[in-house]
Design a protein around this ligand. Structure first.
Ligand code: SAM
Length: 181
């Protein structure tokens, strides 16, 4: 889950690069991964885009094609007529709402928030179905942190250096890849 917070400058580029980092490997797609992009700005914000690694077609490593995919998805209004996610095409869905609306769909799954000041991820056990939550270029606002704490999220750090969101996704995927060996 990548949170592009309401009130931020709407850095869609951060979300776009995070799609590649979350779902694409050198020669393929992470079929066991979904990414949720919370778009906090725009005409009908907040909205959440879900991309499923197993079923999404035409995911490519270049930012341009992902940007077009995200723009087309945001231009679609199918979510006006449904409760929850509207499936637009293979593996791509959109819903009205932000993290508050999204969290119930993770019922029963642990949440892990990436935060520079938290204990090191390498000292923390993570169940396989853990949902990883990252902030955008401005991090998290206080109300989002309160929401995550109330949900019992654990907070972990990837090391002492603050990274760009998409780089934090890559490092976290590497951490999870190593645990799966
Ligand atoms: C560019 S950073 C946010 C920086 C923001 N100025 C702040 O102080 O929170 C974007 C996101 O990547 C994740 N992140 C970046 N570096 C990290 C690190 N060393 N450990 C854990 N998470 C990190 C966090 O989720 C963070 O909210």
């Amino acid at each position: 889950v990548i949170d592009d917070l309401p009130g931020s400058s709407g850095r869609l580029d951060v979300l776009i690069r995070s799609v590649r980092a979350a779902l694409l490997t050198s020669h393929g797609v992470r079929k066991d991964a979904d990414i949720f992009l919370i778009v906090g700005r725009g005409e009908r914000a907040p909205r959440t885009i879900r991309i499923n690694g197993e079923t999404a077609k035409f995911l490519r490593p270049d930012e341009r094609s992902t940007a077009i995919l995200i723009q087309k998805t945001l231009a679609n209004r199918a979510d006006d007529d449904v409760e929850g996610f509207a499936e637009l095409r293979h593996g791509i869905a959109i819903a009205h709402g932000d993290l508050t609306a999204l969290l119930p769909s993770f019922q029963g799954r642990p949440l892990c928030v990436l935060s520079e000041t938290a204990p090191d991820v390498r000292s923390v056990a993570l169940p396989p179905d853990t949902v990883i939550v990252l902030g955008d270029h401005e991090g998290f606002d206080d109300s989002t942190l309160d929401l995550l704490r109330a949900r019992g999220a654990i907070f972990v750090s990837l090391g002492p250096t603050s990274l760009h969101t998409e780089d934090a996704v890559t490092v976290m995927n590497n951490e999870l890849d190593r645990r799966a060996l």
